[in-house]
Design a protein around this ligand. Structure first.
Ligand SMILES: O=C(CO)COP(=O)(O)O
Length: 254
């Protein structure tokens, strides 16, 4: 039985004051919610502060990226061991913003996946097609290629205990979410694609939906059998909206 996971990706937002305020508000809103994993990924510079602010709560710390190298002369980078050291668990990799603005390839992202697994951290692998690819009917082919980069190098077993976030690029930050039926079809395709190699691994892997999830549309998305929670951008910066999304996931999957 899979448990849903709702994770907030704060992206490039926040400051010392906001980290404390938002976490305090989330703790108050979510203290009694059960049946749904909750994680937040603040910017790396605030991870230690966030860990301290989360102490004793059930909200888990995550991060937005990791370097593929373990240590050494890689100016500006953060390693998997460093993330682990400061208490982060769920690590987003392959986000479309990193694929686009930092030219990250499927191969590099697969390497990051392996580095996280080796460190005992949980990769949250973002995949998804662009608007043009969607229009061209290439959604499944794009998702398969992005998954295959990991499957062909690390095998299906790498997805044991891992998280996949299906984030259609055209839905990110646009206010135009995929419909529940659209997202479900792709989530099922993703699970079936992994099941071709290992059915048990496919059955347990958490597949989040991401892209303009908000307090108004979350509940309907979570009614779909293969949508196991959400990776939330903009709405994760507002405690009340994020709490509504978490509660919707907990209720839908109870
Ligand atoms: O990119 C996202 C989460 O990683 C989604 O962002 P929005 O929820 O702001 O569309």
């Amino acid at each position: 039985m899979r448990h849903p996971l709702v994770m907030g990706n704060w992206k490039l937002n926040g400051n010392t004051h906001m980290v404390n305020e938002l976490i305090a508000a989330l703790r108050a809103e979510l203290s009694t919610v059960e049946g749904c994993g909750v994680a937040i990924a603040p910017p790396e510079v605030y991870l230690s502060q966030a860990k301290h602010a989360l102490s004793g709560s059930r909200i888990v710390l995550g991060a937005q990226n990791v370097d593929s190298n373990l240590s050494g002369a890689f100016t500006g980078e953060i390693s998997a061991d460093m993330l682990k050291d400061v208490g982060a668990k769920y690590i987003i990799i392959g986000h479309s913003e990193r694929r686009t603005y930092h030219k990250e390839s499927d191969e590099l992202i697969a390497k990051k996946f392996g580095v996280l697994k080796a460190a005992g951290l949980t990769p949250v692998l973002c995949i998804g097609e662009t608007d043009a690819e969607n229009e061209a009917g290439q959604t499944q082919a794009v998702c398969a290629k992005q998954l295959d980069a990991v499957l062909s190098t690390l095998g299906a077993e790498a997805f044991q205990g891992a998280v996949i976030a299906y984030e259609p690029v055209w839905a990110i930050g646009t206010g135009k979410s995929a419909t529940p039926a659209q997202a479900q079809a792709v989530h099922k395709f993703i699970r079936d694609h992994i099941a071709k190699q290992d059915a048990a691994v496919a059955e347990q892997v958490i597949i989040q939906y991401g892209g303009s999830v908000n307090a108004a549309n979350a509940a309907e998305l979570f009614t779909q059998p293969d949508i196991d929670g959400a990776l939330v951008g903009g709405a994760s910066l507002k405690a009340d909206a994020f709490a509504v999304i978490v509660k919707a996931a907990a209720a839908a999957k109870a």
